[in-house]
Design a protein around this ligand. Structure first.
Ligand SMILES: Cc1ncc(C[n+]2csc(CCOP(=O)(O)OP(=O)(O)O)c2C)c(N)n1
Length: 372
C-alpha cells in the first residue's frame, strides 16, 4: 500500500478492503502482517467478543451498572492496538477501550473499572466502560460525544512541540461528526499538521439515529477534503485493511507529513449500550445482513486459508479465553468498594482546610454501612 496515496479514489473515496470472501488476501492491499501478529490480533478480537458477552450478562444480573460493547466492531480497536507504538497516545470513544488491552493493560484492572471497586485505578469515579491507563497512554472517554477529538489534536500538537515523535490517535462514531468538536479538531489538525490520526467508526447508528439522518455527505471520509486532510474509507470489519491504513497513517504523522482522517465502515451488531433496545428502531434483516460480514469470522477464514488455525485450536482458544475471563471476573468481584476516604483524594495537590475538615468528619462517622 502506498502510504502517500492512502487510497483516495474519486468520487466517493472508495472502500479499501484486503480480505476476500474466500479467505484470501488481496495482494494489492495486503499490509503483510506476520503470522504472529495475525494470530495475536485474532486472539485479542476473540477475547474482546467473549469479554463483552460476559460483561453484558453481569449487567443483566445486576452485578455491574452499565456496559458498552464493541460487538461487530472489534477489528478497529484491536488493529489499532497492534499498529501503535508504546509512546503514542490513544483517545477512545465508547467502542475502543480495548486498545489498551492489546497494549498490555491487565484484564483484571480493566474489568475492575466496570465494577468501580478498589481494583479500579479511577477509584470508582467514572461511569463503567470508561477505562483509561496512564501506563499504556490511553485517556478516558468523557462520555460527551466529541471532545476527545480536539483533546487528541491538542495533545498531538504538544507532542510535536516537544519533539517526542509520538502520534495521537482519536476515535469517534458517525454521530460525533455532527458535533462542533469534530469540525474544530479536523480544522486545527489540518491547519497545524498535527501528528494525529482521527478515526471515525461508522457503525451506521447513533443510538436510534441512522447515519443517513446524520449527514448528507455521500461518505464520512469525504469530509476530510474540506479540511485539507487525506481521507481514507476502510472496511472496518477487515483487521488487515484497518491495520494497513493505520500503520501508514501513523507513519505519515510520525514523519511530519500531517494528519489522516479514517472512516472505518462497520456495524454495531448489538445494542448501543446495556440501556438500549435496538429492536425498537431497526430491522432484524439489516442486522442479519451485517452478520455475514462479521470481522471475527472473516479473520478466522483468512487464518484457516493460511493454515494457521484449525477447528480444534479454535475450540481450545475459546476455552482458554473463557477461563481467563471467568478467573478475572471472580478475582475482581471479590474486591471491596473503594476506600471511603478516597472520595476526598486527588482534589488538590495539598488538601484544603475544608477537605481536611470533611476527612475528619468521615473518620468520626465510623465504618461505612455494609449492604447485602
Ligand atoms: C454531547 C452529547 N450529546 C448527546 C449524548 C447522548 N449520546 C450518547 S451516545 C450517543 C450516540 C453516539 O453515536 P456515535 O457517535 O455514532 O457513536 P456510537 O455510539 O454509535 O459508537 C448520544 C447521542 C452525549 N453523550 N453527548
Amino acid at each position: 500500500m502506498d502510504p502517500e496515496l492512502l487510497r483516495d479514489d474519486d468520487p466517493d473515496i472508495a472502500l479499501l478492503t484486503v480480505l476476500r470472501d474466500d479467505g484470501s488476501a488481496d495482494p494489492a492491499t495486503d499490509p503483510g502482517m506476520s503470522s504472529e501478529t495475525l494470530l495475536r490480533g485474532y486472539r485479542e478480537m476473540r477475547r474482546l467478543r467473549l469479554l463483552d458477552a460476559r460483561m453484558i450478562l453481569l449487567q443483566r444480573q445486576g452485578r455491574v451498572g452499565f456496559y458498552g460493547a464493541a460487538h461487530g466492531q472489534e477489528a478497529v480497536p484491536i488493529a489499532t492496538g497492534l499498529a501503535v507504538r508504546p509512546d503514542d497516545w490513544v483517545f477512545p470513544a465508547l467502542r475502543e477501550q480495548s486498545v489498551m488491552l492489546v497494549r498490555g493493560f491487565p484484564l483484571t484492572t480493566f474489568i475492575a473499572q466496570v465494577f468501580g471497586n478498589a481494583g479500579d485505578v479511577l477509584k470508582g469515579r467514572q461511569m463503567p466502560s470508561h477505562q483509561s491507563g496512564r501506563a499504556v497512554h490511553q485517556v478516558s472517554w468523557s462520555s460527551c460525544i466529541g471532545p476527545q477529538l480536539p483533546h487528541a489534536v491538542g495533545a498531538a500538537w504538544a507532542m510535536r512541540a516537544k519533539k517526542t515523535g509520538a502520534v495521537a490517535v482519536a476515535f469517534s462514531g458517525d454521530g460525533a461528526t455532527s458535533q462542533g468538536d469534530f469540525h474544530a479538531a479536523m480544522n486545527f489538525a489540518g491547519v497545524w499538521r498535527a501528528p494525529c490520526v482521527i478515526v471515525c467508526q461508522n457503525n451506521h447508528w447513533s443510538i436510534s439515529v441512522p447515519t443517513s439522518k446524520q449527514t448528507a455527505s455521500r461518505t464520512i471520509a469525504v469530509k476530510a477534503r474540506a479540511y485539507g486532510i487525506p481521507g481514507v474509507r476502510v472496511d472496518g470489519n477487515d483487521l488487515l485493511a484497518v491495520y494497513g491504513v493505520l500503520r501508514d497513517a501513523l507513519d505519515r504523522a510520525r514523519r511530519g507529513a500531517g494528519p489522516t482522517f479514517v472512516e472505518a465502515v462497520t456495524y454495531r451488531m448489538g445494542a448501543h449500550s446495556t440501556s438500549d433496545d435496538p429492536t425498537r428502531y431497526r430491522a432484524q434483516a439489516e442486522v442479519d445482513a451485517w452478520a455475514k460480514k462479521d470481522p471475527l469470522d472473516r479473520l478466522r477464514r483468512h487464518l484457516v486459508h493460511l493454515g494457521l488455525i484449525t477447528d480444534a485450536s479454535d475450540a481450545a482458544l475459546d476455552r482458554e479465553l473463557t477461563a481467563e475471563i471467568a478467573a478475572a471476573v471472580d478475582e475482581v468481584e471479590k474486591l471491596p468498594a473503594p476506600e471511603r476516604e478516597s472520595l476526598l483524594a486527588d482534589v488538590y495537590a495539598e488538601p484544603t482546610w475544608n477537605l481536611r475538615e470533611q476527612l475528619g468528619e468521615l473518620r468520626r462517622a465510623g465504618p461505612a454501612p455494609t449492604h447485602g
